[in-house]
Design a protein around this ligand. Sequence first.
Ligand code: CUA
Length: 174
Amino acid sequence: MAVRAERRWAILATVAIVVIVGLAAITGITHQVMPQSGVELVDPNTLHISGEFTEANLGSALESDGSVTVRVIGLQYSFTPQCMLVPADTNVTFRATSADVVHGFIVTGSNINTMLVPGYVSIQTTRFSTPGERLMPCHEYCGLGHEGMWARVRVIDRDEFLKLPSQKNRVTCD
Ligand code: CUA
């Protein structure tokens, strides 16, 4: 009786161990094979030639669902565009990447804080509750000109933003 109970528990424990090790193996393999969720790949050498980061595509774009997407490139030692215009009380998604080395990407007074890594698209979404200007300093040492590398995010009223001409195209501060 006692032996049978012991054997049952031993089988149960073995099954549990097999399941746990299996799960660990599966997640380990998939995490190695696939990039992290939310990470997209991009060729840093052809950013200016084709794809979503060509010059005409940079800046803020109004999406059909009412949100705004801002595309940005970081390269030694500036961000393009230098000033990004976005509406308040709106979901704003930054899609950014680097053309050369690793840069820091932070928008002061918001939850946007990531790095721009060549080959990857950094994607972060935020909402600005009040209009105003936010600084965007590069916060990852990227070379001799690092401390001079920064940009601005200008938040304006949503109504004002929607009245801007060429909403279908990209808008920047100027
Ligand atoms: Cu770019 Cu520091």
